[in-house]
Design a protein around this ligand. Structure first.
Ligand SMILES: Nc1ncnc2c1ncn2[C@@H]1O[C@H](COP(=O)(O)OP(=O)(O)OP(=O)(O)O)[C@@H](O)[C@H]1O
Length: 258
């Protein structure tokens, strides 16, 4: 048993089989990337794993427990958190407030105590602020804590989003295109951050279009094409695989034709 086992996941939209019988596993400390040409089913697969879509077939097993179709907040409590392709940052709040908001995603704390400003609520807030400051240091944003998030560079916003997901102290972190829209320097900073998080024992699953980044940081790569898993293995093996090369060249040919 692995930490995260994806077993025969599938879903159909109308008549289209967007994902079909996809299986793989992720273990603590591993960085597993899902790649594939446009429309291959990566985002759909991600959405099924993270409880956004209910799979038509198969299972998502987290730490031995069947969590298929479980709501994202319940998954978060079991140790799975995710980031989104489109940033979920509150632009007009400070960097620190954004990081603190990550803690409140997890809390079921008594709302009344918070409203009345009771000591228990103040203690929780203090713990969240301390935790948030430590997280900002971890992602290299401690000096930007009091700045408005909307003024950060794109790469810094992406790191802030990862910090928010880390507030939930996940065992598994799902990253949806963590380097999208970033320049080479920002991408490298995100590379280092992801590697550091994996090194701390978190299992990482990511979807990413930046192939150089994927080849650099992944321990294992799963390749999708037309909803099917066509290959998996370490970066060197996958990049030599004739089926993978054909899938990517096929897309280029389709684009050239179009
Ligand atoms: N909600 C939906 N309703 C209907 N069809 C969908 C839906 N979501 C995705 N699809 C279709 O499922 C297939 C897989 O799409 P998906 O977005 O998962 O691919 P992707 O690999 O993430 O693509 P990209 O690299 O372009 O983001 C595509 O043919 C897409 O048009």
């Amino acid at each position: 048993m692995s930490l995260l086992d994806i077993k025969g996941l599938g879903i159909t939209f109308g008549g289209l089989r967007a994902v079909n019988e996809v299986s793989f596993s992720v273990n603590p400390g591993e960085i597993v990337s899902v790649i594939g040409p446009n429309g291959a089913g990566k985002t759909t697969l991600f959405n099924m794993i993270s409880g956004v879509y209910l799979p038509g077939a198969g299972q998502v097993v987290l730490n031995g427990e069947d969590v298929t179709g479980m709501r994202p907040d319940l998954l978060a409590r079991r140790g799975m958190s995710r980031t989104f392709q489109n940033l979920q940052i509150f632009q007009s709040m400070t960097v620190l407030e954004n990081a603190i908001s990550g803690y409140h995603l997890q809390e079921r704390g008594p709302v009344l105590a918070d409203l009345l400003g009771l000591p228990s609520s103040r203690r929780r807030s203090k713990a969240a602020e301390e935790g948030a400051r430590a997280l900002l240091a971890r992602v290299g944003l401690e000096r930007a804590a009091e700045r408005e998030a909307g003024n950060l560079s794109y790469g810094a916003l992406k790191r802030l989003e990862i910090a928010r997901a880390l507030a939930l102290n996940p065992k598994v972190l799902l990253l949806d295109e963590p380097a999208a829209g970033c320049n080479a320097v920002e991408t490298e900073e995100i590379d280092h951050l992801i590697a550091e998080v994996a090194k701390s024992g978190v299992a990482i699953l990511l979807v990413e279009h930046d192939m150089k980044m994927v080849m650099r940081i992944s321990s294992h790569i799963v390749v999708l094409d037309h909803g099917e898993k066509i290959a998996e293995g370490d970066p060197a093996t996958v990049s030599r695989d004739p089926a993978v090369i054909a899938a990517y060249l096929g897309t280029e040919a389709e684009n050239a034709d179009g």
